[in-house]
Structure formats: structure tokens, C-alpha cells
Design a protein around this ligand. Structure first.
Ligand SMILES: [Zn+2]
Length: 370
């Protein structure tokens, strides 16, 4: 029995021809098990390149379903994938690309319950998430299991990438506390190609790490600006007060850090559902306000008047209409939540925000109209 089948030997020819990889490096890829947390903008290119390169086992964790707004950047999915579970769609498309590898799809969120076993089984973890809570959990479990992991994050036109190992500074050394009020891609927007760039850098480091080559992003943060195409590398230093890499606290003790602030489906007390919004929209006792920018308003809206978020506090203080309940909306529900906070601060208490914004409203209307 040989180490590779005839098909594998042909398939990986271009790797095997590289003196830095060769048959030994390719065998290391074949023997590797990589855990990919998140099958979104970063997870798609990471999974595509690792599968194509012949990483023998991939486990893909994602509880989400494909949404039409994902297709602008999540290149594993097609229009037919909308509504289907990402992890399962990813598995099907990756196996079509390379049937000689093993892929496990986990369709539940990566959490403290399933995380330890998933990390324990992997040689390398790829952080393809979009939030700090899951990154802290990946970080702390990887420290506990002495597993290296590759971090990447994207925001509008900027990206970051780093390889953390048991010997290096950790993610908490870099970010001891989650920044407050950072929007995710759903709220902030992201250039479609940006997760492709950063995911490709992650896959590049992963393939070098697994095949035994040097990895320049070890203990180093790469900063990418897609607008002017600048790349900077910053050496990381271990923080002597870091609770994770000095193992001052266990993941169980740190579990409050892993709570996703925005994952809840429950409505906050200032939020209204799309159905409630529709009832109120036709009732003259309710004043509906679109708080997005003028450009967004002109492009598309779902009624009401237009007052941008930055102007709302002043506009309503000048012309108070005490009899009306105010309902604000925006694209995803984040800016309208800010508008509600600003109005309450100005003493206008009878105000609400459309939960999930226009995005959620459109989704529910598509379902209602079939
Ligand atoms: Zn640390």
C-alpha cells in the first residue's frame, strides 16, 4: 500500500513538485485535521483552499443558513443554497471539489459545550468567525489544548491576520477586552473581495504550518488596507497580566466572555417585530422614521419619513410631537437602536426600533408572500 492513491498523486502534482513541500509535506497535509469555525466570508476561501490542497480532514462548524446577502462574498454558495445550512452546503461543495478528503459538518454554534472536544481533535484551528466572543473561546480552548490557531478579522476595507501558538502571545494579550460597539459585517458592510483576501492569507499560513514550512505570521499581526493596498506587520508581545496564556483562569471561569451579545432572537424592550411594525405603520398615532443616510433612503425604503441618525436628537427636540409613538428603522436594526437611545437621552421615552431592520422586514415579507 502506498501513501497516496494514483488520483491523489496526480491531483497534488503541483505541490509535490515544490521542493519546500514535496511528498513529505503533502503527506503531512493528508494526515492533518483542521477545525474551521465559521463558514462565512472567511470560512469559504479557507475551506476551499484547504480542501483543494488535500488537507485530509476538515471539520466545519456553523449553525447559520445561507442568506441572499451572503452571496456577495461567501463564494462556496450559489443562489440555490439560500435557506440551506451553511456547514452542510459547504461540505457538499467541497466534496465535489475533492472527494478524497473527509469533511464533517457541525450545524450547531461553536460553544463551551462542544468546543473542547472539537479543538482536542484538531491539529490546527481556523478562526473564520465575525465576533469577539467566539474568538475568546477559540483562544482559551486552544491554550488549554496547546493547539495553534489562525485568526483573521475584516471590517469594511481593512483586515487583520495572525497565527497564535502555545509559545506566542495570545489573542487576549492583543485584545484583553472586547471593544464596545463594534459592528459586524451585517451592519457595517464589507467589500466582497476582502474576506477572500484575508481568508487566502489564513489558508496560506495554514498550508505552510501544516507542511512544515516557516510561518511569518507566528506571533505577528498582519494589517491589510484594501483601499491603498498597504500591508503592515506588527510583532506581538505577551501581556504579563493576560488571564489566558498565564492560565490564571480556565475557559469555564471565563465563560461570560463567550456570550454573544447580538445572537439573541429575543426582542429587547425597545424593539418591535416586523408584524408589529406593519400594524403601527398604518396607524396615525405612530410616527415612522427611517434613520439611514440619504443615499440609502433614495435607493430603497419601506415608508415613513427620513431623518438621519446624526440629526434625530436635534430634529425631534425642536419639533416634539408628544402624542406620537416613534418607531425608527434602519438597514439591520443597529442604527435605529442608537436612535432610540439618543431619543431617550433627550427625554423622548415613547420610541421603538424595528428589530433586524429592513433586512429582517424584507425576509419576513418574502416568506409571507411566498
Ligand atoms: Zn495572552
Amino acid at each position: 500500500m502506498t501513501q497516496f492513491s494514483a488520483d491523489e498523486w496526480l491531483r497534488y502534482t503541483r505541490h509535490i513538485q515544490l521542493p519546500q513541500i514535496g511528498p513529505q509535506g503533502q503527506k503531512r497535509l493528508k494526515d492533518a485535521h483542521v477545525l474551521i469555525v465559521g463558514a462565512g466570508g472567511l470560512g469559504c476561501p479557507v475551506a476551499l483552499y484547504l480542501a483543494a490542497a488535500g488537507v485530509g480532514q476538515l471539520t466545519i462548524v456553523d449553525a447559520d443558513r445561507v442568506d441572499v446577502t451572503n452571496l456577495q462574498r461567501q463564494v462556496l454558495y450559489t443562489t440555490d443554497s439560500v435557506g440551506k445550512l451553511k456547514a452542510e452546503e459547504a461540505k457538499a461543495h467541497l466534496l465535489a471539489l475533492n472527494p478524497s478528503i473527509q469533511i464533517t459538518a457541525i450545524t450547531e454554534p461553536f460553544a463551551l459545550t462542544n468546543g473542547p472536544a472539537l479543538v482536542a481533535d484538531a491539529n490546527l484551528v481556523m478562526d473564520c468567525t465575525d465576533n469577539f466572543a467566539t474568538r475568546y473561546l477559540i483562544n482559551d480552548l486552544c491554550i488549554e489544548h496547546k493547539t495553534p490557531w489562525i485568526f483573521a478579522s475584516i471590517h469594511q476595507f481593512s483586515g487583520q491576520c495572525a497565527l497564535f501558538t502555545p509559545e506566542t502571545a495570545c489573542f487576549r494579550c492583543l485584545f484583553p477586552e472586547a471593544p464596545q460597539d463594534i459592528p459586524d459585517c451585517n451592519a457595517a458592510g464589507v467589500l466582497g473581495v476582502l474576506p477572500g483576501l484575508l481568508g487566502t492569507f489564513q489558508a496560506n499560513e495554514a498550508l505552510k504550518y501544516l507542511s512544515g514550512m516557516a510561518t511569518p505570521l507566528k506571533n505577528t499581526l498582519l494589517l491589510v488596507e484594501a483601499t491603498d493596498l498597504t500591508f503592515r506587520k506588527i510583532k506581538l508581545n505577551r501581556n504579563e497580566h493576560c488571564v489566558s496564556c498565564h492560565q490564571l483562569k480556565s475557559p469555564q471561569e471565563l465563560q461570560n466572555d463567550y456570550q454573544l451579545l447580538c445572537s439573541s432572537n429575543d426582542l429587547a424592550d425597545y424593539e418591535v417585530s416586523s408584524q408589529q411594525f406593519d400594524q403601527w405603520k398604518t396607524d396615525k398615532h405612530y410616527r415612522v422614521i427611517d434613520v439611514r443616510s440619504l443615499a440609502e433612503r433614495q435607493a430603497f425604503h419601506i415608508g415613513g419619513e427620513h431623518i438621519p441618525l446624526d440629526d434625530i436628537q436635534q430634529a425631534l427636540q425642536q419639533k416634539p410631537q408628544a402624542a406620537n409613538t416613534i418607531v425608527c428603522y434602519c438597514q439591520s436594526g443597529k442604527r435605529s437602536a442608537k436612535a432610540v437611545a439618543a431619543l431617550k437621552e433627550a427625554g423622548i421615552d415613547d420610541c421603538y426600533s424595528l428589530a433586524g431592520g429592513i433586512q429582517q422586514w424584507l425576509k419576513e415579507h418574502q416568506i409571507h408572500t411566498g
